[in-house]
Design a protein around this ligand. Structure first.
Ligand SMILES: Cc1cc2nc3c(=O)[nH]c(=O)nc-3n(C[C@H](O)[C@H](O)[C@H](O)COP(=O)(O)OP(=O)(O)OC[C@H]3O[C@@H](n4cnc5c(N)ncnc54)[C@H](O)[C@@H]3O)c2cc1C
Length: 361
């Protein structure tokens, strides 16, 4: 079989320099001309934003320090995406053989301004001030525990309309509850709410940028760009979606996460290379290995999961904290020095699905 070599001259414009965008830029740089467009000059390490809001930990790194030589960084807000063209806020255009939408989910909740506002509001609270964290998902749990540990003088409540920790294994949920109790975080679940609060921090869900919808591209009911199993936007030949900004046809197990965003990248770059070489891109085949939750700096919960994200066993306590920290560093490596070697866990197999259904009864 004669394989056509991917053309080095082919240009990829990647919109959004988060975990997916930076990893894709560095991975593709060897074979393509890459332009990485981001609305700010630095990368924001969003998986540490709860640390930033509770302790002031720095989360910004200049993008130019993260990309390989040859990747061109353009600092601009993208207003519109077309098939092979990107329009910037000043009206100028970037032409491309491929456009990758990697604009993430940092609108409001879980953004740097959200963390900075929470941080300054926390700093203004008096001793004994009451903080309510709205939403008992992973972001809410990490935020509540980080604040409780860093600000022991504040009274922290975690509120969710359902049972907090319901998606964990029984051992994982037990550990979570013990940790919340140890840190003095009061839980309000299934309709119960605290009677009063001095500060509410909303952790009730991540929101995607309106760019795809504003560009007339197909989106789901929360505005995520619809892509096919190869990560390409149906009806276009060279617009791709990756990370939190995209919802992948046939992959309902992929929740918004840094883990999934980075897992999609090797496939994305291979798919673009396949198209350049005149081949049909393969279908995405990625899944999860773990959900990593920090419970302050000295405690953690690494919930091991099957490829379809259903829980198995849990690593807890100080071992959980160390594992979570190593995984945060690994995520950094996957974007930078490891970007060309990183391989994602494979997606759910029929047997995994059967095991999960059996476990659910
Ligand atoms: C407190 C917290 C803790 C978390 N912890 C974890 C964790 O432990 N594990 C995990 O897997 N996930 C975690 N997440 C979720 C994770 O941060 C996101 O899923 C991840 O950031 C998605 O990566 P991404 O590359 O798709 O997009 P993002 O990281 O959101 O990056 C998107 C980029 O696109 C830019 N952009 C957007 N619109 C435009 C535009 N129009 N023009 C130009 N640039 C644009 C943005 O400025 C941003 O730089 C956490 C989230 C939060 C808030």
């Amino acid at each position: 079989m004669v394989m056509k070599k991917a053309s080095k001259g082919s240009t990829i414009v990647i919109v959004g320099a988060g975990y997916a965008g930076v990893a894709a830029a560095n991975r593709a740089a060897r074979t393509h001309t890459v332009v990485l467009v981001n609305e700010r000059p630095d990368f924001v390490d969003r998986i540490r934003l709860h640390q930033h809001l509770a302790t002031g930990r720095e989360v910004r790194t200049p993008l130019t320090d993260m990309v390989r030589p040859g990747v061109r960084v353009v600092v601009a807000r993208v207003e519109r995406i077309g098939d092979g063209v990107v329009t910037l806020a000043d009206g100028s255009r970037l032409d491309a053989n491929h456009v990758v939408v990697a604009t993430g989910s940092g609108v409001g909740i879980g953004s740097l301004p959200w963390a900075e506002a929470a941080r300054s509001a926390l700093g203004a609270l008096p001793q004994g001030g009451r903080v309510t964290i709205l939403g008992g998902g992973l972001t809410g749990i990490e935020t509540a525990t980080e604040i409780a540990e860093a600000h022991p003088g504040l009274s922290v409540s975690l509120v969710d309309r359902s049972r907090i920790g319901r998606n964990l294994s029984p051992a994982g949920e037990r550990h979570l509850r013990a940790s919340l109790g140890r840190l003095g975080v009061a839980t309000y679940e299934e309709g119960r709410v605290p009677s009063d609060s001095d500060l509410t921090i909303d952790c009730s869900g991540l929101t995607v940028a309106p760019l795809a919808a504003a560009s007339g591209l197909p989106v789901d009911d929360v505005g995520r760009l619809r892509v096919d199993s190869a990560l390409r936007v149906p009806g276009t030949s060279r617009v791709w979606g990756v990370g939190d900004a995209a919802v992948v046809d046939g992959a309902p197990h992929l929740r918004m996460s840094c883990a999934a965003a980075q897992a999609m990248v090797p496939h994305l770059v291979s798919a673009i290379r396949a198209v350049d070489a005149g081949r049909t891109p393969a279908a995405l085949d990625v899944g999860f290995a773990a959900r990593c939750i920090s419970l302050g700096r000295r405690d953690g919960l690494v919930q091991l999961v099957r490829a379809d994200d259903s829980p198995t066993t849990a690593i807890t306590g100080s071992m959980g904290a160390v594992t979570k920290e190593l995984i945060c560093r690994y995520a950094w490596g996957c974007m930078t020095w490891l970007s060309r070697l990183f391989a994602a866990p494979r997606g759910p197999r029929a047997t995994t699905r059967r095991e999960t259904e059996a476990a659910r009864g």
